[in-house]
Design a protein around this ligand. Structure first.
Ligand SMILES: [Zn+2]
Length: 362
């Protein structure tokens, strides 16, 4: 029996709670199955090859996971590119959505709500349709028309909310009082699926850990999933270290970097500004505290990149064959800083999270 508890007060939660009903804190698994290399199902070419390590039953799948790892060289630096944007709906979100929606489907739910300006909305819409569940997706009225169209194409119902990014989250949380909230930001089942990206990297590197990993960070689900996945491998005696984990944020929305620089345990909350890296505009990172702790434990860092470096980094990635969103390109924009920290020989993975085909405009 899987137990979900509050990370703040320790209270036990019900299966469909999205946050602690006592103190509002984020929820997490009390305990996860240990990683067992012998339990990998080698003939399953999706993240379900790790099903023995996932406390959720597969009812639906779109073949998510097992994304390519490519080796390239940019500005004279050898890099590994983990192409998470090649998941079924074009973003890393699918790994977490599939574990979250399978959990929700197992509870007999018929309708969910989610708030997202793009990738998570499309992902939840697609997996809800696959599970026969209605999805209402709260988006900012000012959001990208292409991303809204994608949500609808996957069968989601759009609820357009005027005002700043936070307004759609507030409206969705209100709706969640009477409906199941399939939240990529809050659900521990979302972070659970992200752990499989670590297991894949371990397999793709020949059963060793890379030296360092850089990911864009908004709420921190992917970042934490990777850190936890490698911690599981370490605990199983399968790697001799956890990779140094680098959380990259845009200067206009960098609460975790501010927390890191001030030596605090928590993100520094302030009025974040719009950025072209729209997937990581987050005022209150739900798992910010856990992200900061994972950075410290792995000898990593939180880094910010200037707004005017993001689109050039996206263009550079495209000229090397990687069609990523601006949000994903923050990882490459951070390369000059990463090179100051890491030896040139250190194996460095940039995780590209969202497909740039969703916003090609020219
Ligand atoms: Zn609590």
């Amino acid at each position: 029996m899987t137990t979900i508890i509050c990370t703040e007060c320790g209270a036990q939660a019900q299966p469909l709670d999205w946050r602690c009903t006592h103190c509002g804190g984020p929820l997490d698994f009390d305990e996860l199955p240990p990683f067992d290399a012998k339990a990998i199902i080698a003939g399953d070419f999706s993240l379900w090859r790790y099903r023995a390590m996932l406390p959720v039953k597969r009812r639906i799948s779109l073949g998510e996971g097992l994304t390519p790892l490519a080796k390239t060289k940019i500005d004279g630096r050898a890099l590994y590119i983990k192409q998470e944007y090649l998941n079924p709906t074009g973003s890393y979100k699918d790994r977490g959505t599939v574990t979250m929606m399978n959990h929700i489907a197992a509870q007999g739910v018929t309708e969910v709500v989610e708030d997202s300006s793009g990738n998570a909305g499309a992902s939840v819409a697609a997996y809800s349709s696959a599970a026969g569940i209605q999805a209402r997706i709260y988006v900012p009225e000012s959001g990208s028309p292409a991303k809204k169209a994608l949500i609808q194409a996957f069968g989601g119902t759009l609820v357009e909310v005027p005002g700043p990014q936070q307004a759609k989250t507030d409206a969705c949380e209100k709706a969640a009082e009477t409906t199941t909230y399939a939240s990529h930001a809050w659900s521990p089942y979302f972070t659970l699926g992200q752990m499989t990206a670590a297991y894949e990297l371990w397999e793709q590197f020949g059963k060793v850990a890379p030296d360092a990993i850089a990911t864009p960070v908004g709420h921190g689900g992917l970042f934490l999933g990777l850190a936890r996945g490698f911690r599981q491998l370490y605990n199983a005696g399968l790697v001799d270290k956890v990779p140094r984990m680098f959380a990259i944020q845009a200067a206009n929305s960098d609460p975790i970097v501010r927390g890191w620089e001030s030596g605090a345990d928590e993100p520094v909350l302030y009025e974040v500004q719009p950025t072209v890296a729209d997937g990581i505009i987050v005022k209150v990172p739900v798992r910010g505290k856990a992200v900061l702790s994972a950075i410290r434990e792995s000898d990593g860092a939180a880094l910010r990149v200037a707004e005017n470096t993001i689109v050039p980094a996206q263009e550079t990635l495209a000229r090397h064959g990687f069609i990523a969103e601006p949000t994903s390109a923050v990882t490459l924009a951070a390369l000059p800083q990463l090179r100051e920290i890491l030896p040139e020989t250190a194996s460095l993975v940039l995780v590209l999270t969202g497909n740039g085909l969703k916003n090609v405009e020219r």
